[in-house]
Design a binder for this molecule. Sequence first.
Ligand code: SF4
Ligand code: MG
Length: 320
Amino acid sequence: VRFDIKRTLLDRLTGQPARAIHALNGVRLEIPRGETLGVVGESGCGKSTLARTIVGLIEANDGRVMFEGRDVAGLKGGARRAYNRRVQMIFQDPYGSLNPQMSVRQVLTEALSVHKMRSKAEIPGRIAELLDLVRLPQDAADKRPHEFSGGQRQRIGIARALAVEPEILVADELVSALDVSVQAQVVNLLLDLQQRFKLTVIFVAHDLRLVRHISDRVAVMYLGEIVEIGETEALFTAPRHPYTRTLLDAAPDLDPTRRTRVASAKGELPSPLSLPSGCRFHPRCPYVFDRCREEHPILKAHGARQLAACHLEDFSKAGV
Ligand code: SF4
Ligand code: MG
């Protein structure tokens, strides 16, 4: 699948004068069917905006979301419903996304009915099947969200997404609210289901270790742009963008054997209301040079496995 997001503007920053900010700028993703793409970056980098834009919860109000060569905003009626069905989101907070008044049966019935996935007579059987798939007991059907643990609620969220037989699952911080032991169960469930149904997964998370574990490829976002994208091990062991390097260095538990630290990013993430000129990372980059302040770098290939948006051919050889 391919997404090509020209631009998403957000103009509802609370506490700020009403001004449009560019939350996403020229994000292009090509994801082979069945692959998991991890999306990482500091909070505020636009990764949640990307997830929400892809599933249509945020409209790209300037620019567009292209999917399979078609502008999603231009899809009408059945074509739009088909898109909404094929691309499903699983939310971070199952409390927030499940109606507390509705039983699991009602939640799943609603999902199945909206997209006319089954006839009325087939729905009970399908619900039983979905509960099996996410390894919940059958009596879960008549319970409400508050009767479940966090991990179980996340399984309900997965069942709801799966109900409509999607091709793409977008998970935003799927397990970050869960205990570590429960995280592994939910992640393993997701991986099993992915294999079984050849799902393409976009896995947005700040937990680099987890992302490394489950992703085929990883995209690193900074201030609304993808600054590096590549095969997971290549990106984690030999990052091609200085920002990726600093992100990895800020997670020391990733590789306890690595003692030499390169210079780390300086300062805070700039406000998206006043984006830096040239390379958006330049005010914090240890390798910054004149050209970086003026010219916006585009993604360039480094071998067959990585792309990075940096003017330097190999920052790791540049002196700091
Ligand atoms: Fe740093 Fe310049 Fe590369 Fe941007 S383009 S990451 S400022 S070296
Ligand atoms: Mg977020």
